[in-house]
Design a protein around this ligand. Structure first.
Ligand SMILES: Cc1cc2nc3c(=O)[nH]c(=O)nc-3n(C[C@H](O)[C@H](O)[C@H](O)COP(=O)(O)O)c2cc1C
Length: 458
């Protein structure tokens, strides 16, 4: 039924086992100096193990001068960091997934305290209306320096063993600021026409290509639409301009386009809260796919396989999600093995982004998920030890915490009973059977707990 999602895809010689992509998700699990951590390695490996054919890292800064988005995002600005990145790559490769590094510069969407002179940078000195942080325009010479930083980081990604590199040209970060007529008001070789706005991207693609291998895939993540009209601004990137850019990127040697949307001023259109429908922006990915000869990856609040199938049937080569595979890293394996009913859906509650923002205050705060307590804590929690040995456990209260406690106890091999006052439900599990008693608190009518146990073991 969903076989098409599990067909292999080739991106400039990189053979990906299926069409599922774990999209970049800033997690801020890196070491304070930007090295990849053990936590990073375990986090990405879990997404590969669960069935994503291609895993892409979070934002990885290309310089520390003015290029960091957080004190704990990845940073690949020197060769001495390569060993930690290589360890992370090895961990993901063990799962059979391909692994790409997303290289980025925040521009006016950074953290001034992490910049050399306390000022953010952008093409024309325009501040982000969200951050309202002091921002200055880059000189042409500085732009050339930033191009070199991107190229060097791309080369280091190749030397670290990544299968591909992705240029972050989306979400209102520096490269997106160059592409967008809303933020690029320059009148030099880096602004003034679509070609000149895209010149930095052309130079980065060319530089990485010249200094790596002809078959090292270069992906470009692009905002297909900034949706600025939704906040009363008649400017910015819209789909026709995005298509024009994609054609340029393809002609300059980009090997795939990863389609996203929005910027910080239109954040709801980038990582959508619960009010957005599944699949609402699929038309963007499909429209870009129709225009190009290279593979297109697209995300569109994908939570269920039907939405993923709709994208693929509409011509998109690969389907991406960040939050769904954060909430349930086993999504791919469940769908492949006919257990789509066991998917633990992301509820778009924004807890991930909220906890990520808290990391700006306290760099030791991890990004967490409301429905998956293992997310980001794979090192400690992903391997469940079977040490229950049939001992009895009773969990009182079938709210989210009680359900999760009962699920884990059952997986650990405890004879587990879950009781709930409201609605008078009681469920019990053993390692061999899952039974649900409905009716009274310890009522007599019993039924096999297929849906209940399925939900709780999702
Ligand atoms: C907490 C969080 C962090 C994100 N970090 C990144 C990032 O580092 N790089 C990037 O390109 N996109 C990032 N995104 C955007 C996602 O890749 C994705 O495009 C967006 O969440 C919409 O897709 P989804 O509904 O499948 O999550 C992030 C999104 C969230 C919610």
């Amino acid at each position: 039924m969903y076989e098409k999602l599990f067909e292999p895809v080739t991106i400039n010689g990189m053979q990906v086992k299926n069409r599922l992509v774990f999209e970049p998700m800033g997690n801020y699990y890196a070491e304070l100096d930007g090295n990849a951590s053990e936590r990073d390695a375990a986090f990405y490996a879990e997404r590969g193990r669960g069935g994503c054919g291609l895993v892409i890292t979070e934002i990885c800064s290309v310089n520390a001068r003015h290029g960091r988005g957080d004190a704990r995002n990845l940073l690949l600005d020197s060769d001495d960091k390569i060993p930690s990145f290589r360890r992370m790559v090895d961990a993901v490769h063990e799962t059979g997934a391909k692994f790409a590094l997303e290289i980025y510069h925040p521009g006016c969407q950074g953290v001034p305290a992490l910049c050399e002179d306390g000022m953010l940078v952008s093409p024309s000195g325009q501040e982000s209306k969200l951050l309202r942080a002091p921002t200055r325009a880059l000189s042409a010479e500085e732009v050339e320096g930033v191009v070199e930083d991107f190229v060097s980081a791309g080369v280091r990604s190749w030397e670290s063993g990544f299968d591909a590199v992705e240029l972050h040209c989306a979400h209102g970060y520096l490269l997106c600021q160059f592409l967008s007529p809303y933020t690029n008001h320059r009148d030099d070789e880096f602004g003034g026409t679509p070609e000149r706005n895209a010149e930095v991207v052309r130079r980065i693609i060319r530089g990485i290509r010249e200094r790596t291998a002809p078959d090292f895939p270069i992906l470009v993540r692009l905002t297909a639409d900034e949706y600025l009209r939704e906040v009363g601004i008649d400017d910015g990137i819209t789909l026709p301009l995005a298509i024009e850019y994609c054609r340029m990127f393809e002609s300059w040697g980009a090997d795939a386009i990863d389609v996203s949307a929005g910027n910080y001023e239109t954040m709801n259109w980038a990582w959508e809260p619960v009010g957005f429908d599944e699949g609402w922006k699929s038309a963007n990915g499909k429209a870009i796919a129709r225009e190009l000869g290279i593979p297109v990856i697209a995300c569109s609040v994908v939570r269920h396989p039907e939405t993923a199938m709709d994208l693929v049937e509409g011509g998109v080569s690969m389907v991406g999600s960040a939050r769904q595979f954060f909430a349930d890293p086993d999504w791919g394996n469940k769908v492949r093995d006919g257990h789509a009913d066991r998917i633990r859906p992301c509820i778009s509650c924004m807890r991930c982004i909220e906890s990520l923002m808290a990391a700006h205050e306290d760099p030791y705060t991890p990004m967490v998920c409301s429905v998956n307590p293992e997310a980001g804590r794979e090192c400690e929690l992903a391997a469940i030890e079977r040490d229950g040995e049939g001992r009895r456990a009773v969990v009182v209260g079938a709210g989210p915490a009680g359900l999760e406690a009962a699920r884990v106890l059952a997986l650990r091999g405890f004879e587990t009973t879950l009781v709930e006052r409201g609605g008078a439900w009681a469920a019990s599990w053993s390692s061999r059977s899952a039974r649900l008693r409905s009716g009274a608190w310890a009522g007599s009518s019993t039924t096999t707990a297929t849906s209940w146990a399925t939900w709780a073991s999702g």
